[in-house]
Design a protein around this ligand. Structure first.
Ligand SMILES: CC(C)(COP(=O)(O)OP(=O)(O)OC[C@H]1O[C@@H](n2cnc3c(N)ncnc32)[C@H](O)[C@@H]1OP(=O)(O)O)[C@@H](O)C(=O)NCCC(=O)NCCSC(=O)CC(=O)CCCCCCCCCCCCC(=O)O
Ligand SMILES: NC(=O)C1=CN([C@@H]2O[C@H](COP(=O)(O)OP(=O)(O)OC[C@H]3O[C@@H](n4cnc5c(N)ncnc54)[C@H](O)[C@@H]3O)[C@@H](O)[C@H]2O)C=CC1
Length: 725
């Protein structure tokens, strides 16, 4: 017997079992139609006298990815989840969830309403609502706390992590894990408990086990989430909801869960985080200005890869490639570096393997000092010093050594990828693969294409990035690509603010309160001040100890702050030298302390240049630093370097610590209001006419003139703008 009409299919199997299958590909999200289907089919199964038990599963080996996130911004209709799940729990016939694939968010809440949960060994379970700016408001906070206890529930709900079936069994979330067909196992099991009372299986009736150190536990977790979430409200609400589970009867706890969800549901933070969810997926559907795009570009197979240069980046890239299962040839010319790299790579692989309970992939890597060793690889990632002449030489050697068709990638952070390609016999095989440090940890990868890069080369780099677990974004070739290019005006404004009266502490505090894990000066100290100094020297911006007065702060016709150069001249390179914008107890130590020397230096510097310090507030810091960065984002869109605002936002959230609950710089601009951003940029530009970065971009003006359309409609305006250029 079978009813295929709705988005929850009903079949009677094994004679007496009502099997309800959710059907909403690709993840069986609980859309209004699916919820209606479940309500109808559960009612049907429970009222059918022949049916003794019920099994709920998902189509195509995937239980349920939770509520349909696309519905959140709309007028939601259809049956609500809470009464639907309550009705399942109240059923007088056993209801068993057969979990294959994912049971996430509302999907897991649905399973928690069932009397038993049987999971396939490859299944993943979790309550990831916090990552969408929400909390599990279909009873998830109340039932999970009762089922697995408060500490474990807090961990799952405040982090949104997915657990494996084995971990879920250990925690007590599922009753059984199987390597066989989970639906068949669930059907057989459901018949074995048919006719029994389900009173002891209704989680909502369980008492919530209280930990002995109750207050200390909640205080500790609250402190932790406040520290790591930096202004995000969802993790705090999650802790409050679990606390309600621990202190209130179930119905009161449910009321509290709903109350907290109501605040989150309509918040800007939830909109921002849900935007990020879809933006992260949208960047995979890349396109190039030539019209080449993801669907029509076939990646080349990559089984064996090489890394050239085993410094900071090369080591991380080697680890990431090996962890993906590829064979890696790692080449380093300096013997000492090679020895150190071998040790470092092995250490990273062993630590990673221990964390994930797998074998380290040490035997996947072969080391060499000779570039001839890469003859048979499918793809090379070059990570030698940031020097165009050296990179050109290495690429020429690679062209001679590698088999035909090998893809040649550079990890340059700012050099001209197209210029490098133009020196090669096969420029179509050259792309940038710009990883972020540490390369085996950071999620972002910018795949940089030039006008000569073939779509196949871009597709291959994008696919490899995905396999490596990276969020890969295809971007055009320009100085600094997307991320580092936008960083320039941000850093510049931070320097100017110091000249005008701010301190590194004040600027950093404003940015950290905004949600960055580190302010611009603490971050610069961590990365090393010498990196920017070297770039500025190459750009001929650095002048030896200049005279005082205005002209000392003008370079190439624009305002310039030599503050960073002056620190470097003193050997203050940041954490590695124990001194930078802050002081550190010793070189390499991480705790940044206020430095009286730096404050006196700033006072003396301002006096020398006739600068009268003024009081600067957080608002000005945010507007000057962030709006200048956003303005450059608009220029990047104008130039076609990024295909859309989502690409920029994903780069900033995954590579630069932009707080996810603020959606990324371009989304943030849309929330602040484009007219306001334009007005403030015009205001600051009038005050600082010698700063080109504050000159509002034409695209920003155009968008404001078009009544500031919502962010998902910017692409239309950009396209029109570009066609008129
Ligand atoms: C499931 C995954 C792990 C699969 O991963 P993968 O295979 O890699 O595929 P993807 O590329 O990620 O996805 C494929 C495709 O599917 C889309 N998609 C995925 N999940 C969803 C989803 N849940 N909804 C919609 N679409 C989804 C994805 O976007 C892709 O499509 P594309 O974008 O076109 O490429 C992985 O996908 C994943 O992790 N998914 C998300 C899982 C998740 O976060 N689930 C939680 C969802 S939130 C939830 O369940 C909420 C609740 O439980 C609470 C419900 C209560 C709601 C009631 C509201 C009441 C509020 C009261 C307010 C009152 C206000 C007032 O008073 O007025
Ligand atoms: N360090 C960072 O945070 C980031 C750096 N990058 C880029 O990655 C590249 C490498 O940077 P780092 O790893 O920081 O440099 P690094 O200085 O730590 O390492 C470079 C390594 O290349 C080796 N090398 C030099 N010439 C070689 C050759 N011909 N063959 C083989 N090995 C050679 C050197 O001996 C050294 O071990 C640069 O282009 C840099 O701009 C990109 C993103 C972030």
């Amino acid at each position: 017997m079978c009813d295929k009409g709705s988005m929850a299919q009903y079949t009677r199997v094994s004679g007496f079992v009502g099997l309800i299958t959710l059907q909403n590909p690709p993840v069986n999200a609980l859309s209004a139609a699916v919820r209606q289907g479940i309500v109808d089919m559960v009612e049907r199964a429970l009222s059918d006298p022949i049916v003794k038990s019920v099994v709920i599963c998902g189509q195509n080996g995937n239980f349920c990815g939770g509520a349909d996130i696309k519905e959140f911004g709309t007028n939601m209709s259809g049956p609500p989840l809470v009464p639907m799940i309550d009705a399942i729990e109240a059923a007088n016939k056993p209801v068993v969830a057969a979990i294959e694939g994912s049971a996430l968010g509302g999907g897991l809440e649905l399973a928690l309403g069932c009397h038993y949960r049987i999971a396939h060994s490859k299944a993943r379970l979790g309550l990831p609502e916090v990552t969408l700016g929400l909390l599990p408001a279909a009873g998830g906070t109340q039932r999970l706390s009762r089922l697995i206890g408060v500490p474990a529930a807090l961990n799952l709900i405040t982090t949104g992590i997915h657990v494996t079936a084995a971990q879920a069994l250990q925690l007590g979330i599922v009753d059984q894990v199987t390597d066989h067909n989970a639906v068949e196992v669930a059907v057989t099991f459901s018949l074995s408990v048919a006719g029994q009372s389900m009173d002891a299986r209704r989680i909502s009736t369980y008492p919530c086990p209280l930990p002995s150190d109750f207050d200390a536990l909640f205080e500790g977790v609250m402190q932790k989430v406040r520290q790591s979430a930096r202004g995000a409200i969802a993790p705090v609400a999650c802790v409050q909801a679990v606390r309600a589970a621990a202190t209130l009867p179930y119905t009161k706890g449910m009321e509290r869960e709903q109350e907290l969800m109501a605040t989150l549901f309509t918040s800007g933070q939830a909109r921002a985080q849900q935007y990020c969810f879809f933006a992260q997926r949208a960047v995979g559907r890349w396109r190039m200005p030539s019209g080449a795009r993801w669907e029509t570009s076939k990646p080349m197979p990559v089984h064996k890869a090489a890394v050239i240069g085993l410094g900071t980046m090369g080591r991380g890239i080697t680890v990431a490639l090996a962890q993906t299962g590829l064979s890696v040839v790692a080449v380093e010319t300096q013997e000492k570096q090679l020895m150190e790299a071998k040790q470092a790579v092995s250490g990273m692989l062993e630590r990673g393997a221990k964390r994930h309970g797998v074998a380290p992939m040490l035997d996947r890597i072969s080391y060499s000092q000779n570039i001839q060793a890469v003859a048979e690889v499918d793809l090379v990632i070059e990570a030698v010093f940031e020097d165009m002449a050296l990179k050109t030489e290495v690429f020429q050697q690679l062209s001679a050594v590698c088999k035909p068709g090998t893809l040649l990638c550079t990890n340059t952070s700012a050099l001209d990828v197209d210029k490098l390609a133009s020196e090669m016999p096969n420029p179509e095989l050259v792309v940038g693969m710009h990883f972020f440090a540490p390369a085996h940890v950071m999620k972002l990868l910018e795949v940089v294409y030039g006008p000569r890069s073939s779509p196949q080369a871009v597709a291959t780099a994008m696919q490899l990035g995905k396999k490596m677990g990276k969020v890969s974004v295809a971007v055009g070739n320009c100085r600094g690509f997307v991320g580092n290019r936008m960083l320039m005006p941000y850093l510049q404004q931070a320097f100017f603010l110091l000249e005008e009266g701010a301190t590194p502490e004040l600027v950093d505090r404003a940015l950290e309160e905004f949600g960055f894990p580190m302010g611009v000066f603490r971050m610069s100290d961590l990365s090393g001040l010498d990196i920017g100094w070297r770039v500025r020297k190459r750009d001929e911006l650095v002048e030896p100890d200049m005279a005082s007065g205005q002209s000392a702060r003008i370079r190439q016709g624009s305002r310039y702050s030599p503050l960073g150069d002056l620190l470097c001249e003193q050997g203050r390179f940041g954490q590695k030298t124990g001194q930078g914008w802050y002081r550190y107890d010793k070189p390499g130590s991480r705790v940044a302390r206020s430095d009286p020397w730096l404050h006196s230096f700033l006072v003396e510097y301002r006096a020398r240049h006739g600068l009268v310090p003024r009081s600067i507030d957080h608002q000005e810091v945010l507007e000057r630093c962030l709006y200048a960065l956003i303005n450059e984002g608009f220029r990047i869109l104008e130039d076609g370097i990024a295909a859309g605002p989502e690409d920029i936002d994903v780069i900033y959230v995954f590579g630069y610590g932009w707080p996810r609950h603020r959606g990324g710089p371009m989304f943030y601009a849309s929330m602040v209001g484009l007219a306001k951003i334009l007005e403030r940029l015009e205001h600051y530009q009038q005050a600082h006419p010698d700063v080109p970065y504050l000159q509002p971009s034409s695209l920003l003006r155009r968008l404001v003139a078009s009544d500031s359309p919502p962010i998902h409609r910017w692409r239309e305006v950009i396209k029109k703008y570009q066609s008129q250029l």
